[in-house]
Design a binder for this molecule. Structure first.
Ligand SMILES: Nc1ncnc2c1ncn2[C@@H]1O[C@H](COP(=O)(O)OP(=O)(O)O)[C@@H](O)[C@H]1O
Ligand SMILES: [Mg+2]
Length: 254
């Protein structure tokens, strides 16, 4: 079986003050179906830009992206993408927000509605179907945004720091919930975070991105998801921190 996702030497630059600045330098990556891969790295190293390339929102300068062996470089709508600042539309109910990708695709809304109603309890949202976003807690809003991403009907989801704005307890609860639900729904996940503990809680594999331009500096396989004992976990955390920090130059701290 081909890997569910593979990227080959993806590079991307942005114009800064009229000059191209290289942001991502030749990123190659691959992951298996149903894996949970986290990408950790310090702020500004290019994590969100990389996800935008995968989602087809921006185009790489060079390099290719393959989904299940097929070239998808620059194509949108094939992977489920939840951006860093995902916002629910304040004037739409939870159900209507969740149905948006289906409306955009112009697919069968009746079947989608049935699917949403089956999934609402799985997402702990059954009592909130008719609520507006402002009536939900932060954790519930993130669940609704995640359900909307699931409704894009793809097996591979790209999540950009989805829990960054939540309090510590809600965050832990949602991490556990995400772990269970991705297994239950057989999803493959790329999870971007700057929080190494969060990555250790969730992942089968952790990729470290670092530097300017950003590159993958190393990968850590964790074995069965979240089954590390404390000393293993502490040792891994130290190694990952060292790798992330090694890529920091004096310029990054400014
Ligand atoms: N649209 C853009 N135009 C110009 N520069 C950008 C753009 N998007 C991101 N950048 C720059 O690219 C670098 C990486 O940003 P980003 O991918 O958001 O990093 P991260 O998600 O790891 O914090 C930053 O220096 C940022 O300022
Ligand atoms: Mg980001």
């Amino acid at each position: 079986m081909p890997p569910i996702l593979r990227t080959e030497k993806l590079s991307k630059s942005f114009l800064l003050a009229g000059q191209p600045r290289l942001i991502l330098d030749g990123l190659s990556f691959e992951m298996d179906s149903e894996a949970f891969v986290s990408v950790v790295g310090s702020s500004g190293c290019g994590k969100s830009t990389w996800l935008e390339l995968l989602a087809g929102i921006t185009h790489p300068d060079s390099g290719e992206i393959y989904y299940r062996g097929e070239k998808i470089t620059g194509k949108t709508g094939l992977l489920g993408y939840m951006p860093q600042d995902d916002l629910l539309f304040p004037w739409l109910s939870v159900v209507e927000n969740v149905l948006l990708p289906v409306r955009v695709r112009d697919s069968d809304i009746k079947t989608a509605r049935e699917k949403v109603h089956k999934l609402l309890p799985v997402f702990g949202l059954e009592e909130h179907a008719a609520h507006l976003p402002y009536q939900l807690s932060g954790g519930l809003r993130q669940r609704a945004a995640f359900l909307r991403t699931v409704m894009t009907d793809t097996q591979l989801l790209l999540l950009d720091e989805p829990f960054a704005s939540l309090d510590a307890i809600t965050r832990l609860q949602l991490q556990n919930w995400l772990k269970d639900i991705t297994t239950e729904l057989k999803l493959s996940i790329i999870f971007v975070t700057h929080d190494i503990d969060e990555a250790l809680n969730l992942s089968d594999e952790i990729q470290v991105m670092r530097g300017k331009p950003g590159r993958f500096a190393g990968a850590f396989k964790l074995g069965e998801r979240g089954k590390l004992n404390e000393p293993e976990r502490a040792a891994l955390k130290r190694q990952i921190l060292e790798l992330v920090a090694d890529g920091m130059t004096a310029g990054d701290a400014r």
